[in-house]
Design a protein around this ligand. Structure first.
Ligand code: AMP
Ligand code: ZN
Length: 435
């Protein structure tokens, strides 16, 4: 099923004509309404008229998170405050939060794109959606909420937290779909088990998970414990919120980027050079329909690649692969580049341990150290008087980390349920190095 057949299946040439028209309009508009863009374009020696084809976009300068911070809170808005009907802010795990604004039309667009996502996941107005993304300044909760209402589905605006109560609602209200972070899905499954609820007997058929990196193995884990089909959704506040890209049920491989609203480029994060289709690099987005907070060539720091092959579902919009990490969460440990997601991929595939872990990086003398704390399964813990079993598990993980990532790690197996649990985005890395 496709929510907006007209726009989601546009033939490439028609799509590109539409993109060019919209791009010209947005570049013209920001040049005249946002001081930052006027200065940035003038400095780079480019004018709105320089856009005569989509390829001309590359002549324009990038916009970075730092630019948004420098213009905190409303300096990047392209409309007067009287036209802004909503404000959100990004989680701001690194530094000052980024504030984003929406006009009435921006909210309508966002709702439609979220509705497209829900339909791509196979949902209809007959579904009941348990929305456990946080409501508030974070875009997740309200973004999904408006999309679900637009579709006409029934939304349970449960937000994050109060996990025991969530299990009761899941049992009593019988939602058919759930939206939350993948780490919260695991958290819920664990709470359910503790309360003696078999998650597989619930009515949930579909899970739409995103807002943080997760792996293919994590997908299998969640599907098996919750008895549902898990799909990946991508978005970021700066570009809109959830609903920038979404997997389809037909292929479940790569997320369709709504290219009638966003242009995407993939660049080498070190040099800024545009990479050929299919190569992995940093995603750069340009919004071509947003009114309040348009962004030109925004560097997301998210690492992925485009999958340009046509998709079975009929959508013509390009797909992006799973995010493998962020160029700024990449850890450099003893000179080796390591993404937390790579460590997760090793752990999730490992028998006897649970996908609850912490990564601690430190520096002793001049040497970086990496410690991975991971919870053992209840089953293994019950047999733990067999010290050998634990030792073997530990050794196996150390070996796998070495084999896959090329670095030595200290692995510490910890008791079930002893590490922190998360309600929204998980935060699993502690970098204690003072450099
Ligand atoms: P925020 O603006 O606070 O919603 O955070 C957006 C960031 O969350 C993105 O830039 C990504 O780093 C991350 N993110 C969102 N969705 C996904 C996803 N499906 N997979 C991996 N990371 C994601
Ligand atoms: Zn598809």
């Amino acid at each position: 099923m496709i929510y907006n057949e007209d726009f989601e299946t546009l033939p490439r040439e028609v799509l590109e004509t539409l993109q060019l028209k919209r791009l010209k309009q947005v570049v013209e508009r920001v040049y005249h309404t946002v001081g930052f863009y006027r200065r940035a374009f003038d400095q780079a020696g480019v004018q709105p008229d320089d856009i005569t084809s989509l390829a001309d976009l590359r002549k324009f300068p990038f916009t970075t998170k730092q630019d948004l911070r420098d213009n905190y809170p409303f300096g990047m808005f392209a409309v007067p405050m009287s036209s802004v009907v909503r404000l959100h802010a990004s989680s701001g795990t690194t530094g000052r939060a980024t504030v984003v604004g929406y006009t009435k039309r921006d909210i309508d667009t966002w709702s439609e794109l979220m509705a497209r996502c829900l339909v791509a996941a196979g949902l209809t107005k007959n579904d009941i959606i348990h929305n456990a993304y946080g409501y508030g300044l974070f875009t997740g909760g309200l973004g999904v909420h408006y999309g679900a209402e637009k579709l006409g589905a029934s939304v349970i605006p449960i937000s994050g937290g109060n996990t025991k109560r969530q299990i009761m609602i899941l049992q009593d209200f019988g939602p058919t779909a759930i939206c939350c972070t993948p780490s919260y899905a695991l958290n819920l499954a664990e709470q359910g088990k503790e309360m003696g609820v078999d998650m597989k007997t619930l009515k949930l058929r579909t899970g739409i998970f995103g807002a943080e990196p997760w792996s293919e193995k994590m997908r299998v884990e969640i599907e098996n414990t919750m008895g549902l089909t898990a799909l990946n959704i991508y978005g970021l506040s700066e570009i809109m919120g959830p609903g920038v890209a979404m997997e389809c049920t037909e292929e479940r491989h790569g997320m369709h980027i709504f290219e009638d609203h966003f242009l995407v480029e993939v660049i080498n994060p070190q040099t800024g050079e545009i990479l050929p289709p299919g190569e992995e690099g940093e995603l750069v987005f340009t919004t071509i329909t947003k009114e309040a907070f348009p962004l030109i060539r925004y560097r997301t720091r998210d690492i992925s690649r485009l999958l340009p092959a046509p998709c079975r579902c009929g959508r013509t919009h390009a797909r992006m692969d799973r995010i493998t990490g962020r160029s700024d969460d990449m850890l450099i440990i003893r000179g080796v580049n390591v993404f937390p997601s790579q460590i997760e991929a090793v752990l999730v595939g490992c028998e006897g341990v649970e996908p609850h872990y912490q990564i601690i990086v430190d520096r002793v003398g001049n040497l970086d150290t990496l410690e991975i704390q991971v919870e053992v399964s209840e089953k293994l813990f019950a047999n733990a008087d067999e010290v050998k079993v634990l030792q073997n598990t530990e050794r196996r993980i150390i070996k796998d980390i070495k084999d896959y990532l090329g670095i030595s790690a200290k692995v510490k197996l910890v008791e079930p349920k002893s590490l922190q649990r998360f309600e929204g985005k998980a935060s699993r890395v502690q970098d204690r190095r003072q450099i």
